[in-house]
Design a protein around this ligand. Structure first.
Ligand code: 3PG
Ligand code: CO
Length: 548
């Protein structure tokens, strides 16, 4: 893993790697493209330097290991690619293959949960969505069908409504289809047992708000929630009457006619989490897996056969049992840099902290060499981010500047969460403000790079803020029934993302090459390793740079 010196670029620290989370380079530049509308003099100036210093790379579909070109990028696969420099078949693809080949039903994880099928209940906890970011409904249904084929007599679904990776207000339709599909599972008593919105119940990440997970535990396991209904469709109709988005539906429990929950989790039951992506199910997995868990009071801790669709944390081996082996992401840039004695600083706020560390490092929660790596987490606010669109960008910027000026680090990596997190609210004005804040912070960081005579690489992990409206196939904007209110787009986009390079230490003859038009995020890794003054390992996707 020894890195050879780059023949042209000096080993001149520090190099800044800056990620604008959710900033896409969308070809559609109308009033709904917040990145375009935002006043962004810094990024405009970088773009004005032309294709030698500013280009875009693919951040969606097969370029980042997703099954199809219709799969938008996301932070997991984006940061995996940026950190590893390789295109890795991702969870969604691996589950597709395991279902197709049926290997999922012959693995150790399935064998672990299967003994509960005959006399106990199989509980499936999942994001109810076809978004393909955390879960996919077609995969969930196939797993349920596979369980029934293997003798499952009682199945209970605990579902988190989406509205973030798929359009808001689509949860009714997903629930209708689910209820219909469950009714078709012959020989199995299959029902929805509990649920709630993904940003309210269960799917917290990076320990930002354990209360979300506690609400989920109570609803899914204990059958305890503020809202009880006998019918899941009615549950959503009633709970959404007040105008809550799908993301924020209150927790609910389904009961029988006597008010008894239909699907509490009991000793000897099996519990499967059917999300393939890790970040938002690590916490609930810990609650099921760890006997000595104390992040909240579980009240009752049933002895269950627990499995994840994947193993969510390779360092923690969490959970111990899983249905499909996760992608093996090895020899990431973090590991290679540490092995060469190079020092890394990484920083973001809570909502993206694991993105620039855990995902960047190939889904590892630890360090490679702790004395060479400094990871700083700025606590995020716990609010809908359109109410605080500046988020913690200033604090991240300040930490990045301090790290650069300390000259302790060979590479300083920062992630600004705003374009993505505010983009997910669907609030156009707030997202424009979020993008403007990022641009201002980038300016401050680049000024410090100038002052120190360093180099920088600016990029993003996927699109989001670059399109804030739902569109038809002709790219025309869609409106609510009133014909004037645009239907907000809360999800990521298929857009490529920008990559910009520069800084006083960049040799005049180093520029972006022009023979890699289809390059993707994985090509960025070798690029920043080059900027650090080293040749990248040959197994990584080629660098975007060339000497002219
Ligand atoms: C989320 O988990 O917030 C979204 O589903 C995906 O967003 P991210 O990939 O940008 O984290
Ligand atoms: Co996002």
């Amino acid at each position: 893993m020894e890195l050879a010196p780059h023949p042209v670029i000096p080993q001149k620290k520090p190099v800044l790697v800056c990620i604008l989370d959710g900033w896409g380079e969308n070809p559609v530049t109308d009033q709904y493209n917040a990145c375009h509308v935002a006043k962004s003099p810094t990024i405009d100036a970088l773009a004005a330097k032309g294709p030698g210093y500013y280009r875009s790379v693919l951040a969606h579909g097969p370029a980042v290991g997703l099954p199809t070109d219709g799969d938008m990028g996301n932070s997991e696969v984006g940061h995996n690619a940026l950190g590893a420099g390789k295109i890795i078949a991702q969870g969604a693809s691996l589950v597709d293959i395991a279902l197709e080949t049926k290997s999922v039903y012959s693995g150790a994880g399935w064998a672990h949960v299967k003994p509960a099928f005959a006399d106990n209940t199989l509980h499936v906890i999942t994001l109810l969505s076809s978004g393909g970011v955390h879960s996919r409904y077609d995969q969930v249904l196939k797993l349920c069908q596979g369980a029934v084929a293997d003798g499952c007599k009682k199945l209970r679904l605990h579902v988190l409504t989406d509205g973030r990776d798929v359009p808001d207000n689509s949860c009714h339709e997903y629930m209708r289809v689910l209820v219909e599909d469950l009714a078709k599972l012959e020989g199995c008593d299959a029902k929805v047992a509990s649920g709630g919105g993904r940003m309210k119940v269960t799917m917290d990440r990076y320990e930002a708000d354990w209360a979300m997970v506690e609400r989920g535990w109570k609803a899914h396991v204990l059958g305890d929630a503020p809202h009880k209904f006998t019918d899941p469709i009615e549950a959503l109709n009633k709970l959404k009457e007040g105008g809550d988005s799908d993301q924020y539906v209150e927790p609910f429990v389904i009961t029988d006619a006597d008010g008894k929950p239909v699907g509490t989790v009991e000793d000897d039951d099996a519990v499967v989490i059917a999300n393939f992506r890790a970040d938002r199910v690590v916490e609930i997995s810990k609650a099921f897996e760890y006997p000595d868990f104390n992040s909240f009071d579980r009240v009752r801790y049933p002895k269950v056969r627990f499995a994840g669709l994947m193993q969510y944390d390779g360092d923690l081996k969490l959970p111990a049992n899983y249905l499909v082996p996760p992608p093996l992401i090895e020899r990431t840039s973090g590991e290679v840099l540490a092995a060469n004695g190079l020092r890394t600083f990484a920083c973001s706020e809570t909502q993206k902290f694991g993105h620039v560390t855990f995902f960047w490092n190939g889904n590892r929660s630890g360090y490679f060499k702790e004395d060479l790596e400094t990871y700083v987490e700025i606590p995020s606010d716990n609010v809908p981010f359109n109410q605080a669109p500046l988020m913690k960008a200033r604090e991240i910027c300040a930490a990045g500047k301090e790290a650069l000026r300390s000259k302790k680090y060979d590479v300083v990596r920062v992630n600004f969460a705003n374009p993505d997190m505010v983009g997910h609210t669907g609030d156009l004005a707030a997202t424009i403000a979020a993008c403007e804040e990022c641009d201002a912070c980038v300016k401050e960081l680049l000024d410090v790079v100038d002052e120190l005579g360093g180099m920088f690489l600016l990029t993003a992990d996927h699109g989001n803020a670059d399109d804030m409206v739902q569109r038809n196939k002709k790219n025309e904007c869609l409106f609510e029934a009133d014909g004037t209110t645009p239907l907000p787009l809360t999800s990521h986009t298929l857009a490529p993302v920008p990559v910009a390079i520069g800084g006083p230490a960049l040799p005049a003859n180093i520029k972006f090459r022009d023979d890699l038009p289809k390059a993707g995020l994985a090509n960025v890794t070798a690029t920043y390793i080059n900027l650090m003054g080293y040749e990248a390992p040959a197994e990584m996707e080629p660098s975007l740079l060339a000497a002219f």
